[in-house]
Every structure is written in C-alpha cells, then in structure tokens.
Ligand binder design. Sequence first.
Ligand code: HEM
Length: 439
Amino acid sequence: MSAIKPNMLDGNRRNVLKGLGLAAFGCPFAAAASAHAETPPAHHMTDAPVANVASVNDKVPFHGRHQAGITTPRPANGMVASFDVLAETPEELEALFKTLTDRIAFLTQGGAPPELDPRLPPADSGIVGPVVRPDALTVTVSLGSSLFENRDWLKPLKPLRLSRMKKFKNDALDASLCHGDLTLQICANTQDTTIHALRDIIKNTARQLVLKWKQEGNVPVIATPPGAMAESARNFLGFRDGTANPDAGNDEMMEKVVWVGPERGEPEWALGGSYQLVRIIRNFVERWDRTPLKEQELIFGRTKTQGAPLDQRNGGEFAAPHYDDDPEGKLTPLDSHIRLAMPRTAKDQLTENLILRRPFNYSNGVTKSGQLDQGLLFICYQGDLEKGFITVQRRLDGEPLEEYIKPIGGGYFYTLPGVRDASDYLGSTLIAAVRKKTL
Ligand code: HEM
C-alpha cells in the first residue's frame, strides 16, 4: 500500500518553492518568508512527525449491543480517567448520559466541529487540527459502586457483584488513585487523540463531572512481517503480555467470558454490559533489570524472547503448557505467574475464571527516591467479577513477582451496555429502570 505522507509533500513543497523563487507565486507561505527575509528550511525540525495516513481514518463503530473498546482491537494508546458525578436526580443523570453519548458519537466518528461566534470559546480545543479524525478512538463508559450507593433511587439497581475494590495482600493503595463514580476508558492510535477526547468531554460535562484521577499508557507498535502472525506486545518487564488471552474475535467465547447475559441474575438493565477492573500496578524496573534472566523466566513461567511456556521452549508463543506432565513444577514452577493465574485444570478449561486483559504500559516520571515511576495500567473485563479478577488475583497473592510490583490504584466498575442506534443513548436502560421503580 502506498501511503501518501503529507509532511513529505510539505517538505517537497518547500524545495519546489525554494527552487522557483518564493515571492513570484504570491502564496502566503512565500509572503511570510519574504517579509522576514528568510528561506524556510527544507527539513524543518519542528514539522509534525509523518503519520500513517490510513490510520488517522481508522473508525471503530459506535453503535452496537456492547460498547466499543472491550473486544475491539487494542490500539497503541489508552487511558482511564475516573470522575465524581455531580448529578443528584434521574433527570440530571440522564442529561449527563446523553451529553456523553453525543460527544463520544462525534469524537469516535470524526468530523469538523462547528464554527462559533469568535466572542465565545471555540467549540473544539483545536489540538488535533481543524478536523477531528477518528484515529481508532473508543471511549468506554463504566459506573462505580459509589454512584449507586450514594443515591437512594439508584441503590436498588446496583449490579449484583459491583462493590468497592478492597486491598489485596501486596497492595499499597493511594486513595487519590482509587475508585470513582464513573470511568472513561479512552483508547486511540495516538496519545493526542486520547487527550483531545478527554478535554472535549471535560469541557462539555463541566457541571456534571469532576475529574478524580487519570492514568495514561501505551503499548509498543511493532511491524509484523507480511504473512506472519502478530505477536503480543511487551510490557515494561520485557515479556510478551496477553498471549493466553481468550480470543476476542470469538463471539461465543466472549458471551461466556465478558458479557453479562440473563443467566447471571444481574438486573435486566445491565444485560450486554461487563465488569471492568482497573489496577495501576507499579513495576520496580531497576530491580527487575538487575535480576538474572533465568529467574525472570521462572517468575513468569515463559521465555523472555519468544514468550513460549517453559515446558515448550521451542514451541513458540502460542504453544499450550502441559502442567499435567510437570506436577512438581520442575519446568514451570508451581508459583510462577502463569501457572497460578491459570492452573489449566479441567475446571478452568470450562472458562470459569477467564478474564479478557487489555493492559497498557505507563511511564509517569521519577519518584521522590529517584526511581523510574513505570508500571502496568492493568485493565480487564469479565461477566462475573468474583469468578474473574478477584479469584485470579487471590491465586496470585504471594507470587514471587510481587517483589517487583506494587498495585497502587484502580477500582471495580460496571461497563454500561452499548448504544443500539441513533435514537438510543448510554445508560438508557438504567434510566428506564429507575423510572419504572419510582412510578
Ligand atoms: C504488573 C503486573 C503484571 C504483569 C507484568 C503481568 C505479566 C504477565 C505475563 C508476561 C504473562 C504471560 C503472557 C500472557 O499470557 O499474557 C501473564 C499472563 C497472565 N496474567 Fe499477568 N501480569 C500482571 C498482572 C496480572 C494480574 C493483576 C492478573 C489478574 C489478577 C493477571 C492475570 C494473568 C493471566 C490470567 C494470565 C494468563 C495465564 C495463562 O493462561 O497462561 N496478571 N501476565
């Protein structure tokens, strides 16, 4: 595919203009240059980097039974922003849901923001230019237990398994990075698009939402050779992360693992939604980088370069480990991360404790003690929070990896069902259920 690179055209245009004599063409570029008696450089250092022209137009459909951003492909950049909700009445909450629906529908599908009277603030921040491109943006809206518990008219409608995240053994939770009434998971090809979406939503919901915390992250983009299978992205400990994730393209599997259906006994309004788990997990990367390779591999139960299970070293990333042949853990230690997380007993194979992981690496700066503040923005979805994340995390409690990681924030949330079509809005089934109850 031959992608046109706009900045290459810009560069060529500079050369052409230089060659032809700038002033002769009366273009604004030439006029500005002659006014300052300067010739623009052919390779202007501060030109915007050349993008893949196709990817800015990547569009993830907004309407559907489920929200986008869960089983849709994970792009390179992601963020979770958590808010307090100011809405106190069903009408105010409905207004917030409708505003969120309008903004997300526009931002994810792209277009030109309206031109307003210049005496007013502009409709758009302008940080991605005059036309908003979809750039694979998804914005996924989820609700925290506090939203329900602090409103008598919402309390009876709280999803059954939604609670306030409690501390696990290795956690050092920072209250300013935990919980919230509502989260936005914002994902896109570029960080600029996620920031643009966040600013747009903050501006348009200023009277209804107060930002509590946010964590951004990204995953490295790799070039997959033609015909080769894409490999899982690496985390900040250098291992391929996501290998054993269930297949997000398998609808039947996603019904079992991710989506809330009638069999789970959840309130009817919640059907088609999912439980979202967010954990901000710091990685002690300096300590990890001083740990022998062999030990690193035993901690995870996989090889570092290929991501192969330790009992199938040459089997490649997607070979299945055979723990039955290694009951004492001589090849794959019994307390290795993958063996604890998923023991692969017959029960597990019935998808009982499966979760769909969607993590991003984060890099925040430097701690007060002079260490890199890096880690994993761990996000996963499941139809049953207790059988999913909570059970898997309990199995992991005390794992050797804990010497290198420290969960510091996050929370439990319920992801709203999708917006069916243009006549529907996010949370419409919840608002209808509230009205039915208060009639
Ligand atoms: C900083 C923290 C973590 C790191 C660096 C990490 C890294 C990894 C790596 C490298 C793998 C092997 C490749 C793969 O299948 O993805 C893995 C697997 C897995 N992790 Fe984690 N992980 C972390 C936290 C967690 C947490 C909090 C959970 C859930 C409670 C979790 C659940 C799983 C599961 C279910 C698997 C797949 C096991 C299998 O089926 O073989 N991980 N993780």
